[in-house]
Design a binder for this molecule. Structure first.
Ligand code: PLP
Length: 409
């Protein structure tokens, strides 16, 4: 491969077009879409050819922006399991339930999908130094891919970001800074340092290619469902790249003629009531969200008080006839345990909110037992050891005999 099907980039706010092949961030402080020559792609490849290729995100290369194979920076982003979840489904009263499980991706979250493509593009366009504000996992992933590409990395995270994110980014060689504040404060620092530090800003949606990586979530779902998409996707929303990316994937697949059913999923944006700017905007009938304050949730990946792609998330929710729901912050650990103990899947607290949302939407009659529902699991539970305290019983090893105690625990 030594070409791409990208025709241009396009401002999501006013449609202004930009030539491909250059470094871009935003236009009018809002994101850019990457556009492809879809008729040409449809002529050069079909869905079965893609299905026969080895199982990683790069088999979708015609629908990705990288021109040169040699630019690709990869840690092995394998196609992730789509797990039918009958026990969890039974517990919820939703028999047709699947979990799309991204917990096994490099760095333990789906941020690797976005960063693999973003760092590959940065590599292709000559970037040697990158910076990111992060709620945690994006910084860990960026640090890993930057290391793989031999780039210098700077990561700015709130001081109460899970320790594992501090650890993984540091071990991957990034310069990591703890900021007293939220991800939005970290973002201000990255933007302020742009000239003096000459780094490329890989913030969520301030860089056009992370969405393209996240698009593979939707492409995989289509393929794994036999090109007939489920009726509902529940997605824990922070900056929104995953939801926006999946919706973009479905539009492109539809235009390519690769879907066997015209019905697209209703997209549900799920947030914790501890940080729900998108849900509040949706409920107010607004396309843009006011910053949410105070923003507090143990689901650190969705602790995003303001998102520059707010209107893209809300547009996708409307276009898909979806909805946006906030769930009770205090129940997140319970839902995490319900999901994990029902199915053994390593469910992150962010995606545990989707279990709460499923319960709520079924009660409201918005979901029905006939719906074919996907809960998107964005990361591994193991990354969140410090979000809760366990009071596990302690016993001594030698001559232990108190089986009544064991049975009662
Ligand atoms: C980043 C992240 C999210 C939110 O993803 P967005 O695409 O920013 O909305 C959800 N869960 C986890 C585990 C994350 O790391």
């Amino acid at each position: 491969m030594s070409s791409s099907y990208v025709t241009h980039l396009e401002s999501a706010i006013d449609g202004t077009r930009f030539e491909p092949g250059h470094l871009y961030t935003t236009h009018k402080d809002r994101p850019l879409w990457v556009r492809y020559d879809l008729p040409a792609i449809a002529k050069s490849v079909d869905r079965d050819t893609i299905s026969r290729r080895s199982g990683d995100i790069w088999r979708w290369r015609e629908l990705l922006p990288v021109r040169e194979e040699s630019s690709i920076v990869s840690l092995g982003e394998r196609t992730t399991p789509l797990l039918k979840s009958p026990r969890l489904g039974k517990a919820l009263g939703l028999p047709n339930l699947w979990v799309k499980d991204d917990s096994q991706l490099p760095t333990g979250s789906f941020k690797s999908r976005g960063q693999a493509v973003a760092i590959s593009m940065a590599n292709e366009l000559g970037v040697r130094r990158v910076a990111i504000p992060t709620a945690g996992n994006a910084g860990g992933a960026m640090a890993a891919y930057a290391a793989r590409a031999g780039m210098e990395a700077y990561v700015f995270m709130p001081s109460d970001t899970p320790r594992i994110n501090q650890f993984e980014a540091t071990m991957a060689g990034a310069k990591v800074f703890l900021v007293d504040g939220l991800i939005t404060d970290c973002g201000k620092i990255v933007r302020a340092g742009k000239e003096a530090m000459n780094w490329f800003d890989l913030s969520t949606l301030r860089e056009p290619y992370r969405i393209e990586g996240k698009k593979t979530m939707g492409l995989e779902l289509a393929e794994q469902f036999g090109w007939k998409l489920p009726s509902v996707i529940l997605y824990p929303t922070g900056g929104g790249t995953g939801l926006i990316g999946m919706w973009k994937a479905f539009q492109e697949l539809k235009e390519l003629g690769w879907l066997d059913s015209a019905d697209l999923p209703r997209m549900v944006s799920v947030q914790s009531n501890g940080c729900a700017p998108i849900v509040r905007a949706y409920e107010n009938g607004s396309r843009f969200a006011e910053p949410f304050s105070p923003a507090a949730t143990i689901a650190s990946g969705i602790r995003v008080p303001a998102a520059i792609g707010d209107f893209m998330i809300i547009d996708a929710v409307h276009e898909s006839h979806g909805t946006a729901v906030a769930v009770d912050e205090t129940r997140i650990i319970d839902w995490m345990k319900l999901g994990m103990s029902s199915e053994g899947i390593s469910i992150c607290p962010e995606s545990a909110t989707c279990i709460g949302a499923a319960i709520k939407l079924l009660e409201q009659g918005w979901l029905t037992p006939d719906d074919r529902i996907v809960i998107y699991n964005c990361g591994a539970a193991q990354k969140y050891v410090d979000v809760t305290t366990l009071n596990l019983p302690r016993i001594t090893s030698s001559d232990f005999k108190d089986w009544d105690f064991i049975a009662s625990c």
